[in-house]
Design a protein around this ligand. Structure first.
Ligand code: C2E
Ligand code: MG
Ligand code: MG
Ligand code: MG
Length: 295
């Protein structure tokens, strides 16, 4: 059971949910219990295609639902439990939960008659090294009946420490028919070499980088080069973390394909995300019937 050490989402952590090394095993146990008790949940953030405003994909972002003393629910963001989950190995269970729940949710939206979207699920470095990953992905697809090309796996460059192993794992994953995205591009040791070496479908330029580029000329040139190379390689480019009209205009000008950020929609619980998707599809249908028909 949680100790109830919670605070409003976004506030600076005063007391860590998990203290010192001594409680690590306790943490892993608590996290596993939380997963079993249904305390993990996914929020979904729409990703919009520039040009026709359709929503081809939503990103699934995990939250830990913590009951509080006053009976309300707080959602703990991943930054406060993913790192320890990686260290303790509990990340494997989080990964299995996220894959399974995201695929199941997509089928639920299909059944409700929503326009089909893809779902992007984040993987951590440790999951990518796990020989069990391909089977876990295959299970999530088989159990939900979701077509493989509706699932996208987001990896970060930090996972590419062992290029040999990574290339092999990516081949196994893509053999299942899923899509692969490189997340947070521009923050790590971004090597354009990855883009040719590893078969991927999408690059997500990190929000912090996009925000800087909207103001800084040199960073803007880098974004332009990333987009040019990506398109040369037939990859799609997503700009993350778009918060202002100015940033939107900038990435539009650079030829970015897709955008994600608070300017359009923040990550929402599944019900609210479904309602948002239905609303967005209606707006597109009203304003641009051709785009709606082809979406
Ligand atoms: P990410 O994959 O790069 O996800 C984007 C993060 O940016 C999300 O934070 C999202 O809420 C936030 N964001 C979206 N739009 C904006 C914006 O306009 N401005 C700003 N400042 N932020 C925005 P979140 O949900 O806290 O997730 C943080 C990170 O945790 C994710 O970064 C991802 O690396 C990791 N994560 C989330 N869910 C999972 C999961 O199921 N498994 C694993 N392994 N990692 C996850
Ligand atoms: Mg991501
Ligand atoms: Mg990202
Ligand atoms: Mg990021």
């Amino acid at each position: 059971r949680s100790s109830g050490v919670v605070r409003p989402l976004g506030a600076a952590p005063e007391t860590p949910v998990v203290a010192g090394p001594g409680s690590r095993r306790g943490f892993a146990r608590r996290l596993r219990a939380a997963i079993a008790a249904g305390e993990l949940t996914l929020h979904y953030q729409p990703i919009m295609r520039l040009g026709d405003d359709t929503i081809p994909v939503v990103e699934a972002l995990v939250r830990w639902k913590l009951p509080t003393d006053d009976g309300t629910t707080r959602f703990l963001p991943p930054s406060e439990f993913i790192p320890l989950a990686e260290e303790t190995g509990a990340i494997e269970e989080i990964g299995a939960f996220a894959l399974g729940d995201a695929c199941r949710q997509l089928r639920e939206w299909d059944d409700l008659g929503l326009q089909p979207v893809r779902v992007a699920v984040n993987l951590s470095a440790r999951e990518l090294c796990s020989p069990a990953l391909p089977a876990r992905v295959a299970d999530a697809l088989a159990e939900s009946g979701l077509p493989a090309d509706r699932l996208e796996l987001e990896l970060t460059e930090s996972m590419f420490a062992d290029p040999e192993a990574t290339a092999k794992m990516l081949r196994r994953l893509r053999a299942l028919g899923v899509r692969v995205a490189i997340d947070d591009f521009g923050t790590g040791y971004s090597s354009l070499g990855y883009l040719t070496r590893f078969a991927v479908d999408v690059i997500k330029v990190d929000g912090a980088f996009v925000r800087r580029a909207a103001e800084d000329h040199d960073a803007a040139e880098v974004v332009r080069a990333i987009v040019a190379i990506a398109h040369q390689l037939d990859l799609e480019v997503v700009a993350e973390g778009i918060e202002t009209q100015e940033q939107l205009r900038f990435v539009q000008g650079e030829g970015v394909d897709l955008v994600q950020g608070y300017l359009f929609c923040e990550p929402l619980p599944a019900d609210a995300a479904g309602a948002w998707l239905a609303w967005a599809a209606q707006v597109v249908a009203r304003e641009s019937p051709a785009a709606a028909a082809s979406a």
